[in-house]
Design a protein around this ligand. Sequence first.
Ligand code: 6R9
Length: 657
Amino acid sequence: MTQTPTQPSDHPASDHIDAMLHENRVIEPSAAFRAQARVTREDYERRYRQSLDDPDTFWSEVAGELHWFKPWTQVLDWQPPHAQWFVGGQTNIAFNALDRNVARGLGGKTAIIWEAEDGEVRTYTYAELLREVKKAANALTDLGVQPGDRVTLYLPLTPEAAIAMLACARIGAVHSVVFGGFSVSALADRINDAQSRVLITADAGQRRGSLVNLKGNADEAAKLTPSLEKILVVCRADCDAPMKEGRDVWWHDALNAASDDHDALPVDSEHPLFVLYTSGSTGKPKGVQHTTGGYMIGTYLTTQTVFDLRDDDIYWCTADVGWITGHSYSVYGPLLNGATVLMYEGAPNHPDWGRFWHLIQKHRVTILYTAPTAIRSFMRQGDAIPAAYDLSSLRLLGSVGEPINPEAWMWYWRTIGGERCPVVDTWWQTETGSIMLTTLPGAHASKPGSAGLPMFGVEPAIMTRTGEELGPDDGGLLVIKRPWPSMLRTVYGDDDRYRKTYWGEIQGVYFAGDGARRDADGYVTVIGRVDDVLNVSGHRLGTMEIESALVAHPSVAEAAVVGKPDDVKGESVVAFVLPQSGFTVDPKDLRAHVSREIGALARPDAIYVADALPKTRSGKIMRRFLRQIAAGKDIQGDTSTLEDPGVLDRLAATQPV
Ligand code: 6R9
């Protein structure tokens, strides 16, 4: 087995490495799919080469397909580690997603089909969506929102989420979407970091038949966020939320009062479009900053080519807008391409595990883009459930968010795709803005478990920590050797962190934080994170973030958090806690506390109450050993640097609670 030099052999990813190294199946796209594909193998090779050899021509051609109020004078200005794309150009992404599509005759085409968990369906044509966005843009302006202002969104997955994002973009305001599953303090932290004056929320969200009190959380957060002046409230439930005079405004009242006449504001290509917070290896989530022109071109091109988009597709990306996948592939990418997008608000198992398949059958979905964790959950429920539905409308499947194990890949391809639909396994990140590694469905064979080849303009490499490039099949660190249009521009308010985290780990290249290897055909297999970031059900969580939530509880003196391989979630959260003297740790209370501090997805599955943690003499916690204990494995590796090696035996004998 190839050893990743930068990664201890006990890293959780090593199980994946094992499974993936023994995987050598190759699945070719069908002749029928190949015959109609937007990008053939020859197209890919020619365009990929051009994108590296003559990037100015390549990107000018792509960008030229969209509308610019003022043309750019320079394609790329690269002052490492800062890139500016389409310098001097002025555009507007909401204009390109809506006005431009209406102008080219798509006004009557369905833009969004939305289904709520309770089965309610609403649709918007491109013309209708444009009208709503214009009204929302006027409403935001009436509330005093200026270009460059940050607006925080804390919404369920309803059309209003897309409308609010597009309305911000239309007036040059910067949206910061906070996932509706996040807690009061996570919401407050993000509002404070962005210094938002306006928050858009809803009276409630729906999840598994019950209501989530978003407005209640917003009210609590408002007590902690001095910058906040106005809260716009979408009526999702019964419009019964308490409204604070002078601060709170119903969304529908504001839109009803607003004109539907509005011209999109031309903004500079590098005008900030949004901030999206994501977990890193230090305690505080970072505000990943994306700008307009490059992000627009990246999401436009990848949606079109990776999903082989055609006019009559019904495209469904299951991601919530609270994550980057929801930004790029539920909203911007497909709407820029004039696609019909399905949006589903609820849980995949409500009222039962057939819900996704029912939605596909009912709306005749042709493209499905979802996460491995969902695929593994469905797989567990057995083949009889999807077999009861007509999935013949599907023609393409996608996976994103974490490595997909070959078994889940094969199940997806066979049971959902009927061995007819190519599966694209797309690797990318909040920071990359759009898909970086994938196969193109009509151009390339798939190797289950391996994401595949670089997208246009992307130059990946596998390196050691010291920047030495590795050859085929050697495991190492995934890096990108040149800037690309949709890359993050900075960490909001902390450019130093941007430099250090992404371009300072290995000099001169973008450091993704993932371990990977590349085979002789150039296919990249991404193994998983090499930093202290967990991937739980496709969602990134920093171990430090959870640790600081744990130690904020009065009963906890010290805490260490590690991931444990999990068949469904990929990884689960395991906490080792040292009680504060005079306190006993109540696991139920502690879990509830973490949910309140961060959100339910950070809640530890297992808690070890310990009398000490394995530390080096210099006081560093050796998480490597904790991972072995959490996974129930024998301790391997050099324990001589530990201050008290006996602590490991005591921990191994402890039952988690
Ligand atoms: C889009 C998204 C990014 C991290 C990334 C990696 C993991 C995403 C993957 C994948 C293997 C894939 N990841 N897609 N790993 N194969 N196809 O998920 O963004 O939430 O920022 O997470 O997710 O570890 O570094 P984000």
